[in-house]
Ligand binder design. Structure first.
Ligand SMILES: NC(=O)c1ccc[n+]([C@@H]2O[C@H](COP(=O)([O-])OP(=O)(O)OC[C@H]3O[C@@H](n4cnc5c(N)ncnc54)[C@H](O)[C@@H]3O)[C@@H](O)[C@H]2O)c1
Length: 335
């Protein structure tokens, strides 16, 4: 029997890697992506691609009816966490209501498993390392939307028996990433700046820490999760254990790109200062291969970036709140 999977956000960074792994496992894959962040370049030739939005219920119903999906992998989101304070309405429409549209369809059409990429943003400032048993206390609208979707999935499971697997990734980097997005993905931002011979911009003094995670240590496990019974109705942190400051990252990216670009310090912005997670549960259930080191992962990404070139950053056009908007994002104001 052919397994057909819907991958929302399949023209994006992580989604396109998940699509590749699903195709390798002989799933028939349908991608729904509005190309707001992704590109057709990322769309796998063997997948069926629909350019459209998760806000379009008519299209969602048409797809669920036509393809009789077994699984839904929901990765579509506007994931600019820092910007989400200033685009609250858009954030909740796109990331929360869009997700609920898919959950409704998944219940109605008896989908076997709904796989959702949440984020460690749900934890907010919490005791480190962040662990699944902690009570989430998200500190920005992006994290709040992700947590609300998690709660809705748990509720839909209780009420209708919709099975789910939720992943909370963090700071994922690798090929297919939109390095032209100035609002997110510090690795991509640094590489783009190096290609453009611009200094690497850091908010504050660069002492904030993150565990940067290579996409090959994340995407295959998301794809495989539907085959693992212990992953059913469970929430997993996923990503690297190795913690680096953003300043250390700048040095490592320079090395991978064989460059020596200086650092330009920007004003401190509103963000969680230290964020890294415990992955014991993930390791117990998925038994992953050893993690790619930052050095190796950056080298792989640098190779891809150099063959694809720099990208210009698209301004987010409809900033809703301009109070406290970081100066480097100021041009995003509504005219
Ligand atoms: N990259 C990370 O470090 C990271 C960390 C935690 C969570 N996540 C989550 O993982 C998922 C994938 O992230 P990514 O880094 O690959 O981002 P991405 O921007 O590369 O991919 C998201 C895709 O969703 C599409 N999209 C956005 N809104 C849409 C809509 N309304 N309808 C249809 N498509 C829409 C975009 O065009 C894009 O292709 C997101 O849900 C994100 O929140 C990512």
């Amino acid at each position: 029997m052919t397994i057909t999977s819907l991958v929302t956000g399949g023209a994006g960074f992580m989604g396109s890697h998940v699509v590749r792994h699903l195709l390798q496992q002989r799933h028939r894959v349908v991608i729904l992506d509005d190309l707001s962040g992704g590109t057709t370049e990322n769309v796998h030739v063997d997948a069926l691609f629909y350019e459209g939005s998760i806000l379009d219920n008519q299209l969602i119903n048409l797809l669920f009816k036509k393809y009789n999906f077994t699984y839904v992998y929901h990765l579509a989101a506007y994931a600019a966490e820092g910007l989400s304070h200033f685009i609250r309405n858009f954030n909740y429409q796109n990331n929360l209501i869009g997700s609920i549209n898919l959950i409704n369809a998944a219940v109605t059409y008896d989908i076997k498993r709904f796989v959702f990429t949440s984020s460690i943003a749900v934890y907010g400032t919490n005791t480190l390392p962040l662990i699944e048993t902690q009570h989430p206390q998200p500190e920005d609208p992006y994290g709040i939307a992700k947590y609300a979707v998690e709660l809705d999935l748990i509720n839909a499971c209780k009420m209708f028996g919709l099975e789910y697997t939720i992943f909370r990734p963090h700071n994922v980097y690798g090929s297919h990433q939109n390095i032209g997005d100035k609002y997110r993905n510090v690795v991509g931002i640094f590489m783009n700046q190096i290609l453009k011979k611009q200094p690497l911009t850091i908010f504050g003094d660069g002492s904030q820490t993150r565990a940067f995670s290579y996409v090959d240590d994340v995407a295959p496990y998301i794809a495989n999760s539907v085959r693992i019974p212990e992953a059913c109705n469970t929430i997993f942190n996923i990503g690297s254990d190795a913690v680096y400051s953003v300043k250390e990252l700048a040095v490592a990216v320079n090395k991978a790109m064989r460059s020596d670009m200086g650092i330009k310090q920007l004003e401190q912005r509103e963000e969680v200062v230290h964020a890294y997670a415990d992955h014991t549960l993930f390791k117990t259930v998925f038994k992953p291969k050893e993690h790619t080191t930052l050095e190796l992962g950056l080298l792989e990404m640098a190779r891809w970036v150099k063959t694809h070139g720099s990208r210009s950053s698209k301004e987010f056009q409809d900033v809703e709140i301009t109070k406290k908007l970081p100066a480097s994002w100021q041009q995003s104001k509504k005219q």
